[in-house]
Design a protein around this ligand. Structure first.
Ligand SMILES: NC(=O)c1ccc[n+]([C@@H]2O[C@H](COP(=O)([O-])OP(=O)(O)OC[C@H]3O[C@@H](n4cnc5c(N)ncnc54)[C@H](O)[C@@H]3O)[C@@H](O)[C@H]2O)c1
Length: 388
């Protein structure tokens, strides 16, 4: 009886609350119910996908579920997979080509954009050919194997007036971008410490690692990007310790465990804890700390239940997401939608050329610090860094 006084009027009489902006999936659903979205008047963007491996399959599922685009070509060198892919994905109209036949894509005037998800060492050549053929380009990170080749790609993009988008997918993850928004609103004050934990799962094959470009340009770039994008600042000094606990990784001259510390001109410190092999799932966290508090993006669980165990043995939670394809699924979809908006000239690319080039420079400095055992100072020339 004590709570009767809190009884409210019928929810049918009271004003119903609208869904919160945070429920981006429900808000999208409302657009579908209302059959109303500004993007539905845009022309369909015709695409070619280069590479149908781990990353390519993520983009393929996104493309096939997106009504704003039409997939016309898949370029991949494992031609023994073509028929199974056609059957599995019902790709009756899609033309399959191997990389030697890829000029067909560049010569096809109907193709508006190219999605590059082939191995890193192939990116530069595909990106340049696609841009020269006046196609917009979405390219998996990194755009090229080093900073100067990346800069060359951006110069061509500028010359031909077509977008070159570098797929730093973590920026589009709802919880990571929320952390950035809160930091930029000043919720923690001037940042004293920013940290990421990035532990890969499953352990990639040695065949992949041999052509990955190494842990600094293959993995660490994601952390450098999310940290510098959150802070709007670039480090002036890095110190790195790295080792390979897995003999096969040591044998190819790469590392599987890396600890990075970054110093920023404003006094902020950064820490990155990186591993190639997390056996309990894809461990991805971001934490920002300052005098007014802390904001954090924690690991997410596919099934967020908690289990209480018999015999007072405590509780267990469900496992975290196993790998990038599941953990960042929403981020990949939002990233792709953003790219299509960029192609239509509706928005500026959220990932800017100066940012990608700066990330590459920091990754190279980190590799140098790890290999020499000495801290590396970073000097930035005027105009090299993006405006904030
Ligand atoms: N953003 C992310 O979360 C993420 C995740 C994984 C990989 N990646 C990036 O995606 C790229 C591919 O990595 P992956 O793990 O998918 O590799 P993968 O080996 O699984 O797949 C690569 C595919 O490209 C095909 N291929 C090889 N040469 C080609 C060419 N010249 N043209 C077209 N296709 C070609 C191969 O046959 C293979 O099917 C890498 O640059 C990597 O850095 C990004």
């Amino acid at each position: 009886m004590a709570t009767v006084k809190f009884k409210e009027a019928s929810p049918y009489i009271q004003l119903q609350s609208s869904p919160p902006a945070e429920d981006y999936l429900y808000n999208k659903y409302l657009e579908h119910i209302a059959l109303k979205s500004a993007s539905r008047d845009d022309p369909i963007v015709k695409l070619a996908l280069f590479g149908a491996g781990r990353a390519g399959t993520i983009h393929l599922t996104t493309i096939l579920s997106n009504v704003r685009v039409k997939l016309v070509y898949i370029v991949d060198d494992i031609d023994s997979n073509w028929e199974s892919m056609r059957k599995y994905w019902r790709l009756e109209d899609v033309v399959f080509l191997n990389s030697k036949q890829s000029d067909k894509v560049f010569q096809d005037p109907n193709i508006d954009a190219v999605i590059v998800a082939s191995p890193t060492f192939t990116h530069e050549n595909i990106v340049i050919k696609a841009l020269q053929a006046r196609k917009a380009v979405f390219c998996e990170k990194p755009i090229a194997e080093n900073r100067s080749d990346t800069a060359k790609c951006y110069e061509i993009a500028k010359k031909v007036g077509k977008p070159l988008f570098c797929a730093f997918n973590r920026r589009f993850d709802p919880s990571y971008s929320e952390v950035r928004d809160r930091v930029r609103k000043g919720e923690v004050g001037h940042v004293h410490m920013i940290k990421t934990v990035s532990r890969d799962s499953p352990l990639p094959s040695i065949e992949y690692l041999k052509i990955s470009g190494g842990i600094f340009h293959d993995c660490l770039v994601h952390d450098i990007d999310i940290i510098t994008w959150t802070l709007g600042e670039y480090p002036d000094k890095v110190s790195v310790l790295a080792d390979a606990n897995i003999p096969e990784i040591k044998a190819i001259g790469d590392f599987d465990t890396v600890a990075v510390t970054l110093h920023f001109p404003s006094g902020t410190l950064g820490m990155i804890d990186l591993s190639r092999n997390s056996t309990f799932g894809y461990d991805q966290r971001l934490e920002v700390f300052g005098p007014r508090g802390m904001v954090r993006a924690d690991n997410e669980h596919p099934i967020p239940g908690v289990r209480w165990q018999y015999g007072l043995r405590g509780t267990t939670t469900a496992p975290i997401w196993y790998s990038f394809a599941s953990r960042f699924m929403n981020g990949y979809r939002r990233e792709f939608e953003h790219f299509i908006d960029v192609v239509h000239g509706k928005v500026e690319s959220l990932v800017r050329s100066k940012e990608t080039l700066a990330v590459s420079k920091v990754a190279t400095a980190c590799e140098e610090a790890a290999r020499t055992g000495k801290s590396v100072d970073l000097n930035w020339i005027p105009g090299e860094l993006p405006d904030q």
